[in-house]
Write a protein that binds this ligand. Structure first.
Ligand code: ADP
Ligand code: MG
Length: 579
């Protein structure tokens, strides 16, 4: 085929494909336009997952009659004049191609009226071609109706999913904007049913309450104010929003919602910063819930990465990463939660449906408590807000596994192994940072024979192990000479301890570089921690609890399991029918 220029209608449809992938993309672009027009109330009406009809009505600034037809021209925009304007862009749109793209692949009607105009104008387009324009009576604002989407692009039509699936995508889009703009009233109606309505009162918390319900919202922590240092001002990023307590976790990352300058974005970097802030607080392979908004000078971020405008690039991504991570971490440490047994349940159902609740169940059942009743009644009002523990008085040991302790306001049941893991983990991390992990020389050194797998891990983690206090020399083949070990492993058989640690690390697959140190530290601490079934003297238990009180995150072990269960005095009084 010789080279030739594509006919305009073919080029238009191809270009449209980048912006309008599915019905939800139409909703996104129209809602963005309404927000850019300063709307305070946006109504979205959808039929058959958006295939048949999408209508977005707003009470924003409207479009001048003379410009109505121009709005549908490709690269026509009122939001930007020059490339430099892109540096300071504060609107959601700027490419001037959404309306053109929508019009190329559907039948569109737009009515619009500016407040100072006595009436509105209405324009109709089919397949990108304007068919007529007339005058119409309407309230100030804009109403865009998109019908028969992709009627002229059979390939796209074929790839659309079931109406319910497309409706789900639309719901998510509207949900995101409702979170990003709590001062705007959103109303989503699907096939005649009101499915989402926000009040527009400006409170993000109220939007979240509307979207996720009280049970989830009770487990959210507001992000704290940040005190930025002078040096950070140039790339200053303000972080706000809510993050879930570690009790709220999901199998996927998609419960993390991110906004940059009020634009919803998909950003691996920021979501990683958030996930890492939960490090050691969540069970392996689980992800937190978060709604996090980053605000920074528009010149610090490039929004023009993709036609769909869902990706951004930061000029100084390291600073943004660090500020987000630190802010989330601080929220978790300052207001971290305690194990789920104490979370309020309103209707007699345990309030969290997360695996850690099951731990509570099993443990309760194990002790002959009547698990169902106890959890039914679990309704502590006061969630101690600080993550640090109060001073506890040890009462005794239960089942050679748990320490029973009394606090100023209730009963604590502490898992001795998990608690000791947490204590060692934090102590070693402090020593590690100061490069002073106490070690024990082995006299004489012991010879350790490793499997090829264990030896491979040893070689890979050599530097980390050395810094932790292991002095290891090759002795030929897979045999090594062990000269010293971290002090905490000196009791028992150090050679066996080393083999256990290497096996455990080997089973975990290839460690992520970023976490390599912490993975090794966690594994060493797990091996060194006292086990369940070990008799503890009162003194030993007191010592353990004292050290746990010193911890930054005493309520979970480094793997994210709870270290303790808690019942408040009020809860106990209720259980015994005293109140
Ligand atoms: P962009 O949003 O990138 O400018 P669009 O194709 O989405 O491009 O819209 C083109 C222009 O039409 C906008 O710049 C704006 O001036 C006008 N416009 C579109 N929708 C609305 C609306 N709901 N209210 C007011 N003006 C609108
Ligand atoms: Mg737009």
């Amino acid at each position: 085929m010789p080279i030739h220029v594509l006919p305009p209608e073919v080029a238009a449809k191809i270009a449209a494909g980048e912006v309008i992938e599915r019905p939800a993309s139409v909703v996104k672009e129209l809602v963005e336009n309404a927000l850019d027009a300063g709307a305070r109330h946006i109504r979205i009406e959808v039929r058959e997952g958006g295939r048949r009809l999408i209508r977005v009505s707003d009470d924003g600034s409207g479009i001048a009659r003379a410009e109505l037809s121009l709005a549908f021209a490709r690269h026509a925009t009122s939001k930007l004049r020059s490339l430099e304007d892109l540096e300071r862009i504060r609107t959601l749109g700027f490419r001037g191609e959404a309306l053109a793209s929508i019009a190329a692949v559907s039948r569109v009607t737009m009515m619009s009226r500016q407040a100072d105009s006595p009436s509105g104008a209405i324009i109709h387009l089919e397949g990108g071609v304007q068919t007529h324009q007339t005058e119409v009576g309407m309230a100030p604002g804009t109403v865009v109706t998109v019908e028969n989407l992709f009627y002229n692009v059979p390939a796209r039509l074929k790839f659309l999913k079931a109406p319910a699936t497309e409706a789900g995508h639309i719901h998510r889009v509207v949900t995101r904007y409702a979170m990003a703009f709590p001062e705007v009233r959103f109303h989503l109606r699907m096939d005649g049913r009101d499915v989402l309505q926000t009040s527009g009162d400006g409170s993000l918390y109220n939007v979240l309450l509307e979207l996720f319900g009280p049970e989830t919202c009770r487990q959210l922590l507001a992000l704290p104010e940040q005190n930025l240092e002078e040096s950070e001002i140039p790339s200053r990023a303000w972080v706000s929003g809510y993050v879930g307590t570690p009790t709220l976790h999901h199998a996927q990352r998609d419960h993390i919602t991110l906004f940059v300058n009020r634009r919803w974005v998909q950003d691996r970097l920021l979501s990683t910063a958030i996930v890492q802030a939960y490090h050691t607080m969540l069970p392996n392979g689980r992800y937190p819930m978060a709604v996090v908004s980053v605000t920074l000078d528009p010149s610090e971020v490039d929004v023009n990465v993709h036609p769909a405008k869902n990706e951004v690039k930061f000029r100084d991504q390291h600073t943004v990463f660090r500020i987000v991570q630190e802010t989330v971490r601080r929220a978790l440490l300052e207001k971290g939660s305690i194990s789920p047994a104490m979370l309020r349940s309103e209707n007699g159902v345990p309030s969290t449906i997360v695996p850690s609740t099951e731990v509570g169940w099993r443990q309760l059942a194990h002790f002959g408590f009547e698990a169902q009743r106890t959890l039914d009644g679990a309704g502590a009002e006061e969630v101690p807000s600080q993550s640090r523990l109060p001073v506890l008085r040890v009462l005794g040991q239960l089942a050679l596994t748990y320490v029973i302790a009394e606090g100023p306001d209730g009963l604590y049941l502490i898992d001795q192994h998990a608690a000791h893991e947490r204590v060692l983990f934090e102590e070693v991390k402090r020593q590690w940072a100061a490069a002073v992990v106490p070690t024990q020389q082995l006299l004489p050194p012991s010879l350790v024979e490793l499997t090829p797998g264990q030896a491979a891990v040893l070689e890979a983690e050599r530097a980390t192990l050395a810094r932790l206090g292991f002095e290891i020399e090759p002795f030929g083949g897979y045999t090594y000479r062990l000269r010293a070990v971290p002090e905490m492993l000196a009791i028992g058989d150090p050679a066996m301890a080393l083999r256990d640690i290497l096996s455990e690390l080997a089973e975990g697959g290839v460690p992520l570089m970023r976490h390599a140190d912490e993975r090794v530290i966690t594994t060493v601490c797990k091996r060194a921690a006292i086990k369940a079934g070990q008799v503890l003297s009162l003194q030993e238990m007191q010592e353990l609890v004292r050290r746990l009180e010193q911890c930054q995150a005493p309520r979970t072990c480094p793997h994210g399991r709870p270290t303790m269960l808690y019942w408040s005095a009020a809860q106990l009084a209720r259980e015994f029918g005293r109140i």
